[in-house]
Design a protein around this ligand. Structure first.
Ligand SMILES: [Zn+2]
Ligand SMILES: [Zn+2]
Length: 272
């Protein structure tokens, strides 16, 4: 039986994006404030997920104390450092989340004991931005967004009494509402010039019109999508997927929706 084990790490680093082959104007266009010559920084969070058979004697895939040491040694080069200036890894590539996670993969992998497979690295640059890498030809970039909307659960296929019985207080005729939060995961090769799967600015430009359309609205009363189907979180995920797929196509891999912090719904294509 193969079990996945994840350990979380934190490190704080400075970085700067700049492609020397481009004009200053083009650098500013693509990288914005990240071109500041003095750099800026983040509290990075790294999740290391390894997989392996559970050892019959120790009952473990890997001792997390060992995993802490293996990854900790690698992160010595990253923590409280300027990634461009203090490390050799970002001379030829941008220290983007996607590139950092790939570099960490190559550094962590050789240190793992035999029989332990590196399954996934997830690197958060901020609480709402992260990149995943599974060791293949692509990486993923994820970003979360939120909107506030009213809705009412009411199925056109059911009678008024059946709706009350099924949905309870969510069937309140005047509606209620949520601060919806959702994560969009985009997959693709990392562009060698930008170090990105997708530019955050481009992703924001794709998502923003959708947010403008649903934020501070009543989903059932204002969205035709919810005339024929109840505005359950499952259908909200389907709505978001349909809209974002129209712009992102096959690059769209996963959507995770929090209707409330306690109720989470996901739809997408599994790991690459
Ligand atoms: Zn940054
Ligand atoms: Zn609700």
């Amino acid at each position: 039986m193969e079990v996945l084990t994840t350990k979380r790490f934190e490190f704080s680093s400075a970085h700067r994006y700049w492609n020397p082959e481009w004009s200053a104007e083009h650098n500013n266009q693509v990288f914005g404030k990240c071109t500041n010559p003095h750099g800026h920084g983040h509290n990075y969070v790294l999740e290391v997920t390894v997989a392996g058979e559970v050892d019959a004697v120790t009952g473990m895939v890997i001792n997390v104390v060992d995993l802490k040491q293996i990854v900790g040694r690698v992160l010595l080069d990253f923590d409280h450092k300027h990634l461009n200036e203090d490390t050799p890894y970002f001379r030829e590539r941008q220290p983007t989340t996607e590139n950092i996670v790939q570099v960490l993969w190559t550094l962590i992998l050789p240190g793992l004991p035999e029989g332990v497979r590196l399954h996934r690295l997830r690197l958060y640059e901020t609480a709402s931005i992260f990149a995943d890498f599974y060791g293949g030809a692509t990486a993923t970039f994820s970003r979360s967004y939120q909107f506030s909307a009213a809705h009412r659960l009411d199925s056109p296929q059911l009678s008024p009494q059946q709706n009350i019985d099924l949905y309870g207080k969510c069937n309140n005729p005047k509606g209620h509402g949520h601060d919806y939060r959702f994560e969009v995961t985009v997959e693709g090769p990392v562009d060698p010039a930008t170090g990105m799967v997708i530019n955050l600015v481009d992703l924001d430009a794709i998502v923003q019109p959708l947010l403008d359309e649903v934020d501070h609205t009543h989903l059932d009363r204002q969205q035709p999508f919810f005339r024929e189907r109840p505005s359950t979180a499952e259908n909200v995920v389907a709505f978001l997927w349909q809209r974002l797929y129209a712009s992102l196509g096959e690059r769209l891999r996963w959507i995770k929706l929090w209707e409330t912090p306690n109720n989470i719904f996901e739809f997408g294509v599994r790991e690459p």
